[in-house]
Design a protein around this ligand. Structure first.
Ligand code: SF4
Ligand code: SF4
Ligand code: FES
Length: 475
């Protein structure tokens, strides 16, 4: 392990680390734009310069290997002067339109400007205009005037998603990030990661464009239920102090955006585009009333009816949700063990056109908790035994036409769907965004999610239903 000295402090670096990596690992800050821990070194932005002791010039830290006894300064007068020049160069043609830029509040260029430059442009030349709102894909717009040509987005598509969808064409101040061919970025199921890694506001999510300032939002840690990978995500929603009263209060209980939450054991720093679109899953019309044969009733009446059906059944079967949390699955097993023959149901299958599986993250099983469910219950039978007289269906996705014709049905579902009214007893249950819990992914890694929003009136947690149906106290 080479020992290096950063600003006179001894640092034990790892073999093959760069000075930038050793500095980061030991808590010494060196700014960077083009460097990214998961991408190759491009060394083009020059903001990470440091000065080696005894030298009268500066060098970039992201491409400087550590060597025994190396002594560097990250903040010498020469480094400071050079960083100021880099910032003046990078903002030479940048519009500095932070007031209307979605990246404001999360932008390295803005932060470093105040840290290392802080003065107006010294150029007497007008800024070179470039393309605004270039449609890079159906999901992403590009503002070329804001782009600092760090090439992170290009390297992402070549090295991580492997779509090679982006490149840089032309030279000098005419250089432009562009798709390698029409539709290339649309075909990349990981395309939106380039929005996160763009250090400035050049790559913008069409979905999020001008929807909110980031300082009005807060992230809640969660797990993407879109497939068995169970990527860690942040679900962003309005802060309680910034709830809207007159203007569109629906936004207070809406997902503003979803971003990756780095988890090296599951997804690293990436997620796929389906994970970004969780609002499309969770914000479908909700079921909000318990029902008996399609007629709304009070929860107690629905619980009484379900209890009577279970008590009277001689051959009851349950289809257990593969979207149930570990806690809900355990509560189900505790409540009904020995009373219902329980099998795991696949709630969701791939949508038409959806990527099935790949080598990066996406898994063929489009349910988040099949592993935990299978640890407790068997797979659903191809056909129900003829004597089945009651089926408890938990979660969506099972075709009611396949249920035994004479069996009574108890159904727990979160969404407004025609099957709800066909059940003898129906319970509207909560979503993962309304409660805490855990999923176990296909590799056995357990990840937790927290509630972002209050439960809707009339909606009940599945765990509470199980406990109430059997008299088992809610744990
Ligand atoms: S669009 Fe963003 S990530 Fe891509 S090269 Fe420009 S600044 Fe870098
Ligand atoms: S890979 Fe699966 S779990 Fe991860 S974001 Fe995509 S759909 Fe969600
Ligand atoms: S971070 Fe080192 S040159 Fe860009």
């Amino acid at each position: 392990m080479p020992e290096i000295f950063i600003n006179g402090h001894s640092v034990q670096a790892a073999e093959n680390q760069s000075v930038l990596e050793a500095a980061r690992a030991s808590g010494h800050f060196i700014p960077y734009f083009c460097w990214h821990p998961k991408l190759s070194v491009a060394g083009n932005c020059r903001i990470c310069v440091v000065q080696v002791e005894g030298r009268s010039w500066v060098e970039i830290a992201c491409n400087m290997p550590v060597t025994e006894g190396l002594r560097v300064f990250t903040d010498s007068d020469l480094v400071q002067a050079h960083r100021k020049m880099v910032m003046q160069f990078l903002t030479l043609n940048h519009p500095v339109d932070c007031g209307i830029c979605d990246k404001a509040g999360e932008c390295s260029l803005q932060d470093y400007h105040y840290a290392y430059n802080g003065t107006p442009s010294i150029s007497h030349e007008p800024k070179v205009p470039s393309t605004k709102f270039h449609d890079l894909s159906e999901r992403i717009v590009l503002d070329n005037e804001r782009c600092i040509l760090c090439s992170r987005c290009v390297r992402f598509t070549h090295e991580i998603s492997k779509s090679c969808a982006l490149g840089i064409k032309h030279r000098g101040d005419e250089s432009l990030v562009r798709a390698s061919e029409d539709g290339a970025l649309d075909r990349d199921p990981y395309s939106d990661n380039v929005i996160d890694i763009c250090p400035v506001g050049a790559l913008l999510s069409r979905q999020f464009l001008y929807k909110a300032r980031v300082w009005y939002l807060q992230p809640t840690p969660s797990v993407c239920p879109g497939c068995a990978r169970g990527c860690a995500v942040n679900i962003w929603h309005r802060k309680p102090t910034w709830q809207l009263k007159a203007l569109d209060p629906k936004q207070n209980a809406s997902i503003a955006r979803v971003t990756p939450l780095e988890n090296p054991a599951v997804n690293g720093p990436w997620i796929c585009n389906k994970g970004r679109d969780l609002a499309r899953i969770f914000e479908r019309p909700r079921a909000e009333e318990p029902m008996l044969k399609g007629k709304p009733v009070e929860l107690d009446a629905a619980l009484d009816a379900a209890r009577r059906l279970i008590a009277a059944a001689r051959h009851p079967v349950a289809l257990v949700s593969s979207w149930g949390s570990n806690e809900e699955l355990a509560a189900f097993a505790k409540a009904f063990s020995g009373r219902l023959a329980a099998f795991v149901k696949s709630d969701c299958s791939p949508e038409p056109g959806e990527p099935i599986e790949d080598d990066l993250l996406i898994r063929a099983d489009k349910n988040p908790n099949t592993t935990a469910a299978r640890g407790l219950f068997g797979d659903a039978p191809a056909a129900f035994p003829t004597e089945t007289d009651l089926v408890l269906v938990w979660g969506e996705g099972f075709p009611f036409a396949q249920l035994p014709a004479n069996a009574r049905i108890i159904f727990l579902n979160a969404y407004l769907q025609p099957e709800n009214g066909h059940a003898d007893v129906f319970f509207p249950v909560s979503l993962q965004t309304e409660r805490a819990g855990h999923y176990t992914n296909f590799e056995g890694v357990v990840s937790g999610f927290e509630p972002c929003f209050a439960r809707k009136p009339g909606v009940v947690d599945a765990e509470a239903v199980f406990a109430a149906l059997t008299g088992t106290p809610k744990s």
